[in-house]
Design a protein around this ligand. Structure first.
Ligand code: HSE
Length: 306
């Protein structure tokens, strides 16, 4: 196999109570990438469509992730990468992660899979670090593994794929404003009160338990964020109103998708998700800011060859 084309899905990170540790993979929204094995050594980016991104391998998220993998594997060939972006940068649904995850998945396939999917998360994180200034795996892990994932620890990286009920749908409203992850992290205070920490880890445990036991009410009760959302919501016009409209329309929970500005809701079943999407759209119209809205089932497979 000398050439492959892949689909790199969008993801929702944090899921309210799991800042930097929880994430879920989406269907239908994602980038495409093409990889070619070529004579020689190294990684070259030959085409980028849909975004204005650097072609220099060391300055490109996909390039940096690919180099981390290639340096560890030392293959006797080089690789060319085409990146076709569909996920907007700074949208909060894992644009940089899709590129980083795609890069390591694609090259690993062409090398004959020397690394497991879990090992690929570590390499992809190097690309994510270039984009946001910090190494976190809560987007790259679900992008590579599919479904819901938990980063149990970073040192060493310990990622767990969480079993989840089949009827969960995500709604993502993407306002057409850009919030850079680095800026969205800059507004966060490094200090957390013990009271808030207790609430947050209680909810994170509740979310995991709810996913495993298919207890939708527990999932809903646990989708709360008392630490990050209060600091970040000011970056997203119309956030509060849109979140409340999702909850009023029957969403299990709603909040900021990743670093924002996208606003997500999780719902039980497609009919409920359609109702929630309608309510969120109506609420967001009041801001006058253009937006698009996606409705997606949880994607249990993650990045894949197409
Ligand atoms: N956990 C990250 C954040 C996700 O919220 O900053 C965005 O990359």
């Amino acid at each position: 196999m000398n050439e492959i084309k892949i689909f790199c899905p969008a993801t929702i990170a944090n899921l309210n109570c799991g800042f930097d540790v929880m994430g879920v993979c989406l269907e239908g929204i994602g980038d495409e990438m093409v990889f070619r094995k070529v004579p020689g050594k190294g990684v070259r980016i030959t085409q980028i469509t849909g975004a204005d991104l650097p072609f220099e391998t060391e300055k490109n998220v996909a390039g940096v992730a690919a180099l981390a993998l290639v340096n560890a594997a030392n293959p006797d060939s080089g690789f060319e990468i085409e990146i076709h972006k569909k996920i907007k940068a700074g949208s909060g649904i894992g644009s940089s992660s899709a590129s980083a995850a795609g890069a390591v998945f694609g090259i690993n396939e062409l090398m004959g899979r020397p690394f497991t999917k879990h090992q690929l998360v570590d390499f992809a994180m190097k690309g994510e670090a270039l984009a946001s200034g910090s190494e976190h795996a809560d987007n790259v892990a679900p992008c590579i593994l599919g479904g819901f994932t938990l980063v149990r620890g970073y040192n060493p990286l310990d990622v767990i794929k969480i079993e989840s009920p089949s009827e969960i749908y995500a709604v993502v409203l993407h306002p057409h404003i850009e919030v850079k992850t680095s800026d969205s992290r800059a507004v966060l205070s490094p200090n957390v009160t013990l009271k808030a920490a207790i609430t947050q880890w209680g909810n994170l445990g509740g979310l995991i338990a709810g996913l495993y036991t298919k207890d939708y009410e527990l999932i809903g009760r646990s989708l709360q964020d008392v630490i990050i959302e209060p600091m970040r919501k000011k970056l997203i016009p119309g956030f509060e109103n849109t979140k409340n409209s999702a909850l009023d329309a029957g969403a299990l929970g709603a909040g900021i998708s990743g670093a924002g500005p996208s606003i997500f809701a999780l719902c039980k079943g497609q009919t409920s998700a359609e109702k929630v999407a309608f309510a969120m759209s109506n609420a967001y119209l009041e801001t006058g800011i253009p937006f698009d809205i996606h409705l997606s089932k949880v994607n249990d497979e993650g990045v894949k060859t197409i």
